[in-house]
Design a protein around this ligand. Structure first.
Ligand code: ADE
Ligand code: ZN
Length: 326
């Protein structure tokens, strides 16, 4: 079984991390004070007690509420910088984090404010910590495709600051085909494409993400276990899955980590990777996710090394840069 020191030393990338989901209660209170905002919680303990989720939506309701403390360019910088320091501590060498501009633009915060703060921190992360990155802009799928188009248009002046688009928020009832046109437009702009699919949603959503949105990776995708044919397809086509073990147990996709299928999918030849999703809400960053697999599934050093190598292979860095990291 892989131990802490081994897991920390492995060069790892993180490909499924929502920056807003890395907002720790301590920083949330500090930003609330700085911005003169009254939070509906007394203290950090009370916030953590509220993180008692029953499904994806019960989490999203609190997650969007907490993001309200993010107001200024410096707030987005501080959020991103805190995450980068965690990465540095944990042996994470490259990241492709998500941000949800609509969570902020809907509150009157400009795209420029959000992107300036995040990208200034990512540049410092490269310079001061040696962590490379490629930012991914996510559309909120509970909103309309029209709203996604407005968001993409607002981001066009900043195309140099992000590498791709994703799709997140409430999955059930918001199938991939709802966003067919805006993903085609993003592809035309030369952007990479990923989408959350098969977290709570059915096989048809994984299929739609692949065939209609033409995504290069599936975020979560764990429900592929419902279909032998889909697991065979994902393995044959080498489509990476960005799996988030602690998220899946905290959001009750699985009742206990011992039920998690990630190592069976690895054994079957799928390009599965380990990620933290929303670490401030789910009780652990990337290393804690690897550790949970060692603790509850008996993950070996060989399996851990393969998962970490998959995370490098599945990233959007160049073949040359991959060769340096592998
Ligand atoms: N936004 C943040 N985390 C998410 C998740 N796990 N699924 C869908 N949308 C999200
Ligand atoms: Zn996610």
């Amino acid at each position: 079984v892989a131990d802490d020191a081994f897991l920390r030393a492995l060069p790892k990338t993180e490909l499924h991390l929502h920056l807003e989901g890395s907002l720790e209660p301590e920083l949330m209170f500090a930003l609330a004070a700085r911005n003169g905002i009254q939070l509906p919680y007394q203290d950090v303990d009370q916030i953590r007690q509220a993180y008692n989720f029953t499904n994806l939506q019960s989490f999203l309701d609190i997650y969007y509420q907490c993001a309200d403390v993010l107001r200024t360019e410096q707030d987005f910088y501080d959020l991103t910088w805190a995450y980068l320091q965690r990465c540095h501590d944990e042996g994470v060498v490259h990241i492709e984090p998500f941000f949800d501009p609509q969570t902020h633009t809907e509150r009157g915060i400009s795209m420029e404010t959000v992107l300036d703060g995040i990208s200034r921190a990512l540049a410092d992360g490269q310079q001061q910590l040696g962590i490379s990155s490629g930012l991914i802009l996510c559309f909120l799928r509970h909103l309309s495709e029209e709203a996604a188009f407005v968001t993409l248009e607002q981001a066009i002046p900043y195309l140099h600051l992000f590498i791709g688009v994703g799709l997140d928020s409430s999955e059930l009832g918001n199938p991939p085909e709802k966003f067919a046109k805006v993903f085609a437009a993003a592809a035309e702009l030369g952007l990479h494409r990923v989408a959350h699919a098969g977290e709570e949603g059915p096989i048809a959503y994984i299929e739609g993400a692949l065939d209609i949105l033409k995504v290069e990776r599936i975020d979560h995708g764990v429900r592929c276990t419902d279909s032998e044919a889909m697991m065979d397809r994902l393995a044959a086509e080498g489509i990476p899955l960005t799996v988030c073990p602690l998220s899946n147990t905290r959001l009750k996709v699985y009742q206990h980590m011992s039920e998690h299928p990630i190592l069976q999918l690895l054994q079957r030849g799928l390009c599965v990777t380990v990620n933290a999703d929303d670490p401030a809400f789910f009780g652990g960053y990337l290393l804690a996710n690897y550790q949970a697999l060692a603790d509850h599934l008996g993950m070996t050093c060989g399996q851990a090394a393969q998962l970490a190598a998959n995370s490098i292979q599945a990233s959007f860095i160049s073949t040359e840069q991959k060769a340096l990291l592998l």
